[in-house]
Design a protein around this ligand. Structure first.
Ligand SMILES: CC(C)(COP(=O)(O)OP(=O)(O)OC[C@H]1O[C@@H](n2cnc3c(N)ncnc32)[C@H](O)[C@@H]1OP(=O)(O)O)[C@@H](O)C(=O)NCCC(=O)NCCS
Length: 179
């Protein structure tokens, strides 16, 4: 039985997240993306968005070390790390009109299918509702899609994120009503 606990991430967790995210992506996404796609997306599409930590909307799950992370956001950006964020996409959403974002879930490959993604998603949705939003939106990897689909997120658009060297990463935009 795992004894993990969920808490808000702090700046001190960033080195552990820099280690966890590539490990998670390399092990868990290999059925959906090529090595080159994963390498092309790491650091830009997949990586730490420290704005989420500063906003107090990013969670980690900790056992003896950090074994999962994920969060939500009241900012426009739908995906991406510090490297990808533009000023325009950092702007704040309006709970009256916009869907809150669900962002950047990564679980340690040794701990998958144990409910860690679920626990983080629940914590995000609770915080999103408390903040006055009635909808959540996300851009899922093909690896992440079954998790979100299991909790009522509906696929509304499939498209490719352009990567360097002519590569592309197929993803799916998903929505859920929380009202
Ligand atoms: C997607 C991810 C976060 C899921 O985390 P997790 O802790 O394994 O998810 P959970 O154990 O909470 O899964 C809950 C449910 O989601 C669904 N699900 C999760 N992963 C699944 C998979 N690989 N295949 C099919 N269904 C899956 C199942 O219904 C599962 O319930 P079950 O195990 O009782 O069947 C994890 O696979 C991951 O880190 N992937 C690599 C990084 C990534 O692509 N992140 C998504 C960014 S959008």
């Amino acid at each position: 039985m795992l004894e993990w606990k969920l808490r808000l991430a702090t700046h001190k967790d960033i080195p552990a997240l820099h280690e966890l995210i590539p490990r998670s992506v390399h092990h868990l996404q290999k059925d959906h993306y090529s090595h080159d796609q994963i390498e092309g997306a790491l650091g830009s599409v997949f990586g730490v968005d420290s704005q989420l930590i500063r906003d107090g909307t990013y969670f980690v799950v900790e056992d003896t070390s950090i074994i999962g992370c994920g969060g939500w956001s009241q900012r426009k950006l739908l995906y991406g790390s510090d490297q990808l964020r533009s000023v325009d996409e950092s702007c704040l959403l309006d709970a009256k009109y916009d869907a809150a974002r669900v962002r950047a879930f990564f679980v340690d490959p040794n701990y998958v299918r144990k409910g860690i993604g679920t626990a983080i998603l629940r914590a995000c949705e609770e915080a999103i509702i408390v903040s006055g939003y009635t909808r959540a939106e996300l851009v899922a990897t093909l690896t992440g899609e079954p998790l979100y689909a299991a909790y009522g997120y509906i696929a509304v658009e499939r498209y490719d994120i352009e990567l360097a060297q002519g590569l592309a990463l197929p993803v799916v935009r998903m929505l859920k009503s929380l009202s």
